[in-house]
Design a protein around this ligand. Sequence first.
Ligand SMILES: O=P(O)(O)OP(=O)(O)OP(=O)(O)OC[C@H]1O[C@@H](n2cnc3c(O)ncnc32)[C@H](O)[C@@H]1O
Ligand SMILES: [Mg+2]
Length: 197
Amino acid sequence: MMPFTELVLASHNAGKLKELQAMLGEHVRVRSIGEFSSVEPEETGLSFVENAILKARHAARVSGLPALADDSGLAVDFLGGAPGIYSARYADGQGDAANNAKLLQVLKDVPDAERGAQFVCALALLRHADDPLPILCEGLWHGRILHAAQGEQGFGYDPLFWVPERGCSSAELTSTDKNQISHRARAMALLKQRLGI
Ligand SMILES: O=P(O)(O)OP(=O)(O)OP(=O)(O)OC[C@H]1O[C@@H](n2cnc3c(O)ncnc32)[C@H](O)[C@@H]1O
Ligand SMILES: [Mg+2]
């Protein structure tokens, strides 16, 4: 049984919001953090899970509602897991296109066999701002970094992420498909189990 009827999604990323809304919308009334605050808390954690908790805590505090946050990113094997928790800030805050250009440049001469990568998603749900026991769920999605962008769907690093099980980039998947197999989909499936929905 769902323990509440409404929650706030603690993300300022339109791509993520759309995906999370599609995965949750039928079970609970989903509000956006933008209704309550435009201030993005600084992501000072050293792990996905720490950052997810601090974003959810901030959202619960400003909204007075239960809050769900997603901290996610791309971990590239050849780079020892970078950009990881710094994925959004990889090109110093210049945005998705600059992040993707930097990643392609850094991996320029790296052969396919060494271009393995995974998308990581950590979800944190706080029932209220001082919740001492957040619900934490994680999901991974394995793939490989392409040599050039491919596809128009999705957001962020999707055009560079080859999905072996589908034989296309993650930006070539329909949103319905991506929402069934992505790192976020896996983390969300675990969260739904925990909530009994
Ligand atoms: O913190 P919020 O407000 O949620 O929004 P954000 O975009 O800053 O989100 P993160 O701090 O979690 O950073 C996630 C980074 O990883 C990328 N990313 C996460 N999930 C992705 C996905 O499904 N497809 C492509 N890129 C993704 C995304 O583009 C960002 O660069
Ligand atoms: Mg962020």
